[in-house]
Ligand binder design. Structure first.
Ligand code: XBP
Ligand code: MG
Length: 260
């Protein structure tokens, strides 16, 4: 049996629903304001939006919804593009207005990872146009070595492309960094993307993803946890012994579980 290393080289993190609660009071509201601005009758309530979230990428989500409403091509494509442009601009103002919040425990964890010299990367299917502003506003003191957004991939999550590209840009080709890299996600689609790229994955569920299929996750929590407010550990398949606070040691143990 090869010697088990416990060195954590890099952590690749999702943004929407993972680093920040962007969907319910951010993107959803921005989509609805875009509908309103174009005098369209559509509105997405919180439950409907939860279902729509299974389609990743805002423009794809719009196009699928418009198809269900009977809007045909080429109007569907034009309208999805126009709505998405408007929604992105509105989302940026919501971020600037402080509507979107970082999830509790994220700043602590990223600070600890930075202090430990662990590389940080982002792999999101969201658009670069708002992602960079959000990271700067909520996590301005954190250095991300690599940021892969939905604009740079052909296939969005659950396809592994975003994670494969992040690993490449970290200088870790396919199979590189085995046992030393871990992904952090919030959803079933994100988990499939990370696992498809060969990464062990921690899933930190949120209100929209508690019922997602996350059987392939090495560790599942309902929050990042703080020492005085630990999260609930929902599954610990990598036997990390996590006590409800996601930290460098726990992530190193999850990464090492990817060696097997
Ligand atoms: C996030 C998404 C994104 C956001 C909206 O998925 O699917 O589409 O909902 O952002 P994940 P855009 O967290 O799995 O990356 O409108 O910019 O696509
Ligand atoms: Mg997500």
């Amino acid at each position: 049996m090869p010697e088990r290393r416990n060195r954590l080289r890099a952590v690749v993190l999702d943004v929407d629903g993972t680093l920040a609660d962007t969907e319910r009071h951010g993107h959803r509201v921005a989509f609805n304001r875009a509908f309103e601005a174009l005098d369209l009758p559509y509105r997405w309530d919180e439950d409907t939006y939860g279902e729509l979230l299974h389609v990743t990428g805002g423009k794809r989500r719009l196009a699928g919804y418009l198809a269900d409403q009977g809007v045909e091509e080429p109007e569907r494509d034009r309208l999805a593009g126009e709505l998405h442009r408007r929604k992105t601009a509105i989302m940026k103002t919501l971020v600037d207005d402080g509507v979107v919040e970082v999830r509790p425990g994220v700043s602590r964890l990223l600070g600890e990872l930075g202090d430990a010299g662990v590389s940080l990367a982002v792999a999101t299917t969201g658009s670069r146009d708002w992602v960079e502003g959000l990271l700067a506003r909520l996590l301005g003191g954190v250095t991300f070595d690599v940021i892969v957004t939905g604009d740079e991939v052909k296939d969005r999550k659950p396809d592994p492309e975003a994670y494969v590209l992040a690993l490449e840009r970290l200088g870790l080709g396919p199979g590189g960094g085995k046992g030393e890299v871990v992904a952090v996600e919030d959803s079933g689609e994100g988990l499939s993307s990370a696992v498809g790229a060969g990464l062990p994955c921690v899933v930190v569920v949120n209100g929209y993803t508690t019922d997602h299929d996350v059987d392939d996750a090495a560790l599942v929590l309902d929050g990042f946890g703080e020492p005085d407010r630990p999260a609930r550990v929902l599954a610990d398949r990598a036997a990390t012994g996590c006590n409800g606070v996601l930290d460098v040691d726990v992530l190193a143990r999850v990464a090492a579980s990817g060696q097997d």
